[in-house]
Design a protein around this ligand. Structure first.
Ligand SMILES: [Zn+2]
Length: 206
């Protein structure tokens, strides 16, 4: 590691806070910011325009604070729901740039939408953030490898912990497929000593 800090741009930090606010309310967000000792370092309540980028340390501290606030099980459920809520804010911010909201894309058959959607989504992170994502299409699965992950940044755990990413992918698949559910699970996590955080997606809906 070079010691240089890694970041999400302000727009993406804002999306994460909007998702948190939708699930936990303003009070809940304030409580979590307090638990993560990030009070004061994040502009909250959200201003119309957020100017500060979110460091990977900040993002990881926020995930940890969810566990402190709700316990390991409740924290996991809350992070999943926040991830799902983040999707619509992300779509609003980046959807047209990615071409995902164009009719030509929406009319493609599902396998093609999954293939192109995964690539566009990975490119968004690779080009606009310090997060690194690699897509592997393996038979009936799409593997979303987060090779540099802000969610579990500098954390150690026995269990996978990047639940927010799982929720975000679940909701993007739901949207992409016009309302179908897919099996999505994190099968490897850097916090457990794995090389990447791997989220395995079944190509066929449930
Ligand atoms: Zn991770």
């Amino acid at each position: 590691m070079s010691g240089k800090s890694l970041f999400y741009p302000p727009k993406m930090g804002r999306i994460m806070l909007l998702g948190m606010e939708e699930i936990m309310g303003e009070k809940g967000v304030n409580a979590v910011l307090g638990l993560s000792s990030l009070e004061g370092s994040i502009q909250y309540p959200l201003p119309a325009k957020l100017n500060t980028p979110f460091s990977f340390e900040t993002i990881s501290h926020l995930q940890n604070a969810l566990e402190l606030a709700y316990g390991p099980h409740g924290g996991r459920g809350t992070a999943l729901r926040i991830g799902r809520a983040c999707f619509k804010y992300g779509l609003k911010e980046y959807g047209s740039m990615l071409g995902l909201t164009e009719m030509t894309f929406r009319l493609l058959p599902l396998p093609m939408k999954l293939h192109l959607g995964a690539k566009a989504f990975a490119d968004l992170f690779n080009k606009h953030t310090d997060q690194k994502v690699r897509i592997e299409e393996a038979g009936d699965k799409i593997l979303w490898h987060i090779e540099r992950c802000p969610l579990c940044w500098e954390r150690k755990s026995k269990e996978s912990m990047c639940h927010l990413a799982v929720g975000l992918l679940q909701e993007s698949l739901y949207w992409l497929s016009g309302g179908k559910m897919f099996n999505v699970e994190e099968t490897a996590c850097i916090s457990r000593g794995d090389a990447a955080c791997t989220i395995s997606i079944d190509r066929t809906p449930l």
